[in-house]
Write a protein that binds this ligand. Structure first.
Ligand code: G6P
Length: 604
């Protein structure tokens, strides 16, 4: 998704600072990048199409002069990726520049109205109308602040904006409505960004803007206003705990690999969830008549696995659902007796936030599981649990997926304890505490066989992923990793479904990956392996290292340590993440920046 960054520095040049911030924000979108600064009373703009480094090579962002600037990484929504559509967007006079994350719903109406009044539009973006709208109010005699406040009142939709006006060269105006935006405060200058990682090199003192607020920053000051009545507002400065090393690659070639390999640590953090949060959340779920588990992408897969954990450990039936479908599928069933658990590592996915707002209107109890404590979802939730995975930069979710599973597991155990269905949680907790060591061992042991497998699979036309029971979710997630970064078409099914259609695609040597731990599904999945082999398919099986029968039945077998069924998805996804990573590398793709994707999707 688009990401924005702004800096008002006591000393320039602003170009290198903006470029470093955009680099950190690249996970959010990268089909074009651009910057604007005010120098000697004039706007200077540099922008281009492609990843930041490619654009930088031709436009040389470091050479952007001045002390005050705004910057943008784009993930196209309105208008294809082109230099004209890249941000910043400017007004007719070339004095106002805007960068934007979000979508202006009524841009077409405004554009028509402004065009009738003589405004000339160059781009296909919704963002450009904002620059012209502010220009219109300034023409009527308003200053930058009042012109912007009035323009904002005309807009409908979601937007985080950073705006420059060359006639007031010491100032950046920021506006937030339904898209993330925060200020970074320091003695050397003030910043604003969609995510604090952009300015973490300069300050860890942040202010979260609320929807409907506008901030004015200069190198030495900041002021916040409510747009509805123009009154000034005070917010406390929070000190956040993100260090520069947290967002570096730590010696790995890619963030994705770093994040896969740091899962043993992330898992051990996620074992230390704060007891009081778990207590509150489990109590709310326990009282609920019906509970939905909702997410998008990998977070939806963790909801799938979570529903098995909740039913099998605590006897609590729950319904996993995809966020973008939820309102139509189940919206009418929400009421004050229901609970809506939203899993979103970023806490900013628009489809998920929409469900949160809807569920609040229906007085459903909204609970979130997220990795970002300062995200929008936590503000919309009655209670939330933070996954503690540390920042995840790679677009493909890895450690945030495994830590979400851990949250669901601990919630299930806590619910079971509360409802008395287990007298003591020790045996469950014991398995949990062995996980970091086990994860470390698996990552070490599978690296060689998985590398070999990646070399075999890299030219495949299609890969199947099959699992049963709770590991149906592992098959889905393994398949998502593979297709999103290696671009090999892949399908996932619960293994029992394969004979109801997918098996028609099996030909000689078609690769089929089975997730087959020694669990309650082990016997039946053997039958599914045989069915595939009988049709010439190649059975690549991840199973218990002591399972000699399974080993014999497989064309390729990768042994995994023995593990409790409900914890097995956390361990069995690890080799599938590595497999996807290695396959992408062998195919020459950059796994941190898969085409057409964004780390968090802030449009519906
Ligand atoms: C995007 C990302 C996925 C992620 C999904 C949900 O599509 O590319 O990796 O799983 O959003 O993100 P969330 O932040 O809500 O978990």
């Amino acid at each position: 998704m688009c990401r924005i960054f702004a800096a008002a520095l006591a000393e320039g040049p602003v170009g290198p600072v903006l470029k470093a911030g955009l680099k950190r924000l690249e996970y959010g979108g990268y089909d074009s990048s651009g910057m604007a600064a005010v120098d000697q009373g004039k706007l200077q703009i540099k922008k281009g199409v492609g990843k930041l480094d490619e654009v930088d090579k031709s436009v040389k962002f470091d050479e952007l002069p001045g002390c005050i600037g705004i910057a943008h990484n784009r993930w196209a929504t309105h208008g294809y990726p082109s230099v004209t559509n890249a941000h910043p967007q400017v007004d007719c006079t070339g004095k106002i520049a805007v960068v934007h994350n979000g979508v202006i719903e009524n841009f077409f109406e405004i554009k028509e109205r402004l065009a009738e009044n003589g405004h000339e539009f160059k781009s296909r973006t919704d963002t450009e109308v904002i620059a012209h709208l502010i220009e219109d109010y300034i023409k009527k005699g308003m200053d930058f602040l009042n012109g912007t406040i009035n323009a904002m009142k005309d807009l409908r939709g979601s937007y985080a904006l950073a705006i420059l006006y060359s006639a007031e060269p010491n100032t950046v105006i920021l506006v937030k409505n339904e898209s993330p935006l925060m200020l970074g405060i320091s003695d050397e200058g003030n910043y604003a960004a969609s995510d604090a990682v952009a300015f973490v090199d300069h300050t860890n003192r942040i202010i979260h803007l609320e929807d409907g607020e506008l901030a004015v920053i200069t190198p030495k000051s900041y002021k916040i206003y409510r747009i509805s009545d123009g009154e000034s507002v005070n917010h406390e400065i929070e000190t956040v705990d993100i260090s520069v090393s947290d967002v570096d690659k730590g010696g790995y070639r890619h963030y994705m690999l770093k994040e896969i390999m740091e899962q043993p640590v992330a898992i051990s953090y996620a074992l230390n969830l704060q007891a009081q949060y778990l207590d509150v959340v489990s109590e709310l779920v326990r009282r609920s008549r019906i509970t939905y588990l909702i997410g998008a992408g990998s977070s939806y897969h963790s909801c799938m696995a979570g529903s098995y954990m909740l039913s099998q450990i605590s006897g609590m039936p729950t319904i996993p659902a995809v966020a973008s479908e939820f309102i139509q599928q189940f919206g009418k069933t929400l009421n004050p007796d229901s609970t809506t658990i939203l899993a979103s590592q970023s806490g900013e996915t628009a489809d998920v936030l929409k469900v949160a707002s809807y569920a609040r209107l229906k007085a459903s109890t909204v609970i979130s599981i997220t990795n970002v404590v300062s995200s929008t979802i936590t503000r919309l939730s009655r209670a939330y649990i933070v996954q503690q995975a540390g920042p995840e930069i790679g677009v493909a979710a890895t450690k945030t997926y495994t830590t979400q599973l851990l949250v669901y597991y601990q919630l299930a155990v806590e619910l079971a304890r509360k409802s008395g269905s287990i007298t003591e949680a020790n045996s469950y907790m014991k398995g949990l505490h062995e996980l970091p060591r086990l994860a470390e061992k698996v990552l070490e042991d599978v690296s060689e066989p998985v590398n070999r497998l990646a070399a075999e699979l890299k030219d495949a036309n299609h890969i199947f992923f099959l699992g049963r029971g709770i590991n149906t979710a592992t098959a889905y997630e393994g398949r998502l990793k593979m297709l999103e970064i290696s671009y090999i078409p892949s399908s996932a099914f619960s293994a029992g479904e394969s004979k109801h259609g997918p098996i028609a695609l099996i030909e000689n040597n078609s690769p089929v990956i089975f997730v087959a731990p020694d669990d309650t599904s082990r016997k039946v999945i053997m039958g599914n392996i045989m069915e595939i082999k009988a049709r010439g398919g190649k059975a690549i099986v991840f199973g218990d290292e002591n399972d000699s029968e399974l080993k014999q039945a497989s064309d390729e077998f990768i042994g995994m340590p023995q593990i409790d069924e409900m914890l097995s998805p956390i361990i069995y996804i690890l080799p599938l993440q590595l497999l996807a990573y290695n396959t992408a590398i062998l195919k020459g793709y950059d796994p941190d920046k898969p085409r057409n994707l964004a780390k968090s999707v802030t449009v519906l």
